[in-house]
Structures are given as C-alpha cells and as structure tokens.
Design a protein around this ligand. Structure first.
Ligand SMILES: Nc1ncnc2c1ncn2[C@@H]1O[C@H](COP(=O)(O)OP(=O)(O)O)[C@@H](O)[C@H]1O
Ligand SMILES: CC(C)(COP(=O)(O)O)[C@@H](O)C(=O)NCCC(=O)O
Ligand SMILES: [K+]
Length: 258
C-alpha cells in the first residue's frame, strides 16, 4: 500500500493506493481505475491524522506547503510507519514542464504538482485551487506561464475580524439575496461576490488569451465553485485529486529508471 499526503494550510488530506508496484501502475492506471470518484480523507490537524491513521504503507509520498518545523514533525511520525518517504519539491523543470518562477522553491509544491498533473491531460490548461488560498496556474506548451494567489474565504473573513470591528453574527441568507442586512450576511455575501467575480472575470480572460482547452477545479471549495460555474461547459472539470496525481507523476519521473 502506498500513502499519498497533501498537507495544506487548513487540512491534511490523504489517499491510499492499493499497490506496491508503482512502476507498472503509474499515473494513467491510477486515473483509469477511477480513484477520482473517491474523496480524499481529510484531517484537520497532524494530531488528528496521527491519532487515526493506523495502516503500514510501503511508501509515503508527501506534498506539503507547511513550515519546516511541521514537515519535520510529519517526517518523524511517518518514519515510524515506513522506510520510504518522498517529499516533493518544486524545481525549474520536471516531467518536461518548466516553472514560471525564477526561484521555483518559492512556488507552492501543491501548485507545482497540480500543474504537472494538468499538463499530462490537456494543453493549454489551467488549474483553480480553492483552499486556504485561491490559486490559479496556467500551462501552455509544457511551460508554466504563471498564475495568481488570492486569500481564500476563511483568510478574508479573518482579516475583517482582525479589525475588532467586524464581528460576523449568525448567517441566514436566502439564495437569491446578494445584499446583507447583518454583519454576518454582509461579510458572507461580500466574500462570495469577490470569489465569484474573480473567477468569472479571470477565467473569461485567461480562456481567451491562452485558448485554454481545459479548466480543472480542486481544493475544499472546488466542488462548490465548479457547480456554480460549470453550466454544462465541457472544458470544466472537478478534479479533487489533482495534487495527488501530480505527486505520483513527479515521484515516478524522479525515480532512477531501471
Ligand atoms: N464554498 C467555498 N468557497 C470558498 N472557499 C471554501 C469553500 N468551502 C471551503 N473553502 C475553503 O477551503 C479550505 C479547505 O480546503 P483545503 O483544500 O483542504 O485547504 P488547504 O489545502 O489549504 O488545507 C477552507 O480553509 C475554506 O476556506
Ligand atoms: C499559495 C498557497 C499558500 C496555497 O496553499 P493552500 O491554500 O493549498 O493551503 C501555497 O501554494 C503556498 O504556500 N505557496 C507559496 C507561494 C507561491 O506559490 O508563490
Ligand atoms: K491545496
């Protein structure tokens, strides 16, 4: 069994592959076996993961955007489960795909892996990850062209709360309503409008400017916004495991060929 981990700023997500032979399985089989229909397991903290995870994987592959300290704590725990631990890193080039950053180490590895996975499926392609942050990445002709980072829903809410003046109350909004009449409703509807406006605007522009063939949605808010925006648009796809797919692609690519 192989354990894949995606540790973001809010959650630690895992999936398990019931195989020990990645060489012959790989990304394509992984996708074909339609693991994509399964949800990852979501843990709210490392402590929760440690408490609840009791399997013994042969290999562990990790994508983490956490601090060195957190990664060290994770590594320590994982070393009690397995001898083979692979931490993915962003680089100038992997799997034939080049990174837009001059200093690739600063591009979040979750974004890098989603880029690698997306590039294996379509070209030109774009990824929207709606998690703690909302990120956009565009890839064309095996080149990562760049992207955006904006604060996610929770970070926007926390920045308002940090003023000490905005104390969101209970939220009771009708679906069609777009103006709030309480702090909670004003904040929720306002943040929704920011995300919605950003997504419609940028997807329209990027689609036209780069002739995007496919748009992949991921992250905790991915399903919600995919449903809001997809409208039977065949170019849009919800791909909740895209970081894991990229993790597998990078791992297979970086293994010495026999
Ligand atoms: N409907 C939504 N719209 C925008 N963001 C959302 C929505 N639902 C959940 N989220 C965000 O998703 C985050 C959790 O998603 P996840 O992909 O696990 O994050 P991370 O990878 O940053 O840990 C939460 O912090 C929350 O802000
Ligand atoms: C932008 C992110 C915080 C998104 O992380 P997430 O919302 O998935 O927790 C992460 O990709 C990251 O730490 N990036 C480093 C900065 C950069 O990509 O330029
Ligand atoms: K993420």
């Amino acid at each position: 069994m192989i354990l894949l981990i995606d540790w973001g700023n809010t959650n630690l997500k895992t999936i398990c592959l019931e195989t020990t032979d990645l060489e012959t399985t790989g990304l394509e089989k992984f996708c074909r076996d339609s693991l994509l229909e399964n949800e990852p397991r979501v843990y709210g903290s490392l402590a929760e993961f440690k408490e609840n995870f009791s399997l013994s994987p042969q290999q562990v592959l990790v994508a983490s955007v956490r601090s060195d300290e957190d990664n060290e704590r994770l590594k320590q725990f994982l070393s009690t489960l397995s001898d083979e631990i692979f931490f993915a890193k962003t680089s100038h080039k992997a799997c034939g795909v080049s990174c837009a950053y001059d200093k690739p180490e600063f591009l979040g590895v979750d974004r890098w892996l989603a880029i690698l996975a997306a590039e294996a499926i379509a070209d030109p392609v774009a990824v929207i990850d709606i998690g703690s942050a909302i990120t956009l990445d565009v890839v064309s002709n095996k080149r990562h062209l760049g992207g955006h980072i904006i604060p996610g829903k929770r970070l926007m809410l926390e920045s308002l709360k940090s003023t000490g003046k905005v104390r969101p109350d209970s939220q009771i909004v009708e679906d069609e309503q777009y103006l709030g009449q309480s702090t909670g409703d004003c904040v929720r509807l306002g943040i929704d409008a920011v995300v919605s406006g950003y997504l419609s605007n940028i997807m329209d522009k990027v689609s036209k400017d780069y002739q995007i063939e496919r748009w992949f949605f991921a992250g905790g808010g991915g399903a919600h916004w995919y449903q809001k925006l997809a409208n039977n648009e065949r170019r849009f796809e919800l791909r909740p495991l895209i970081v894991f797919e990229g993790l597998l692609r990078l791992y297979l690519d970086s293994k010495p060929k026999t």
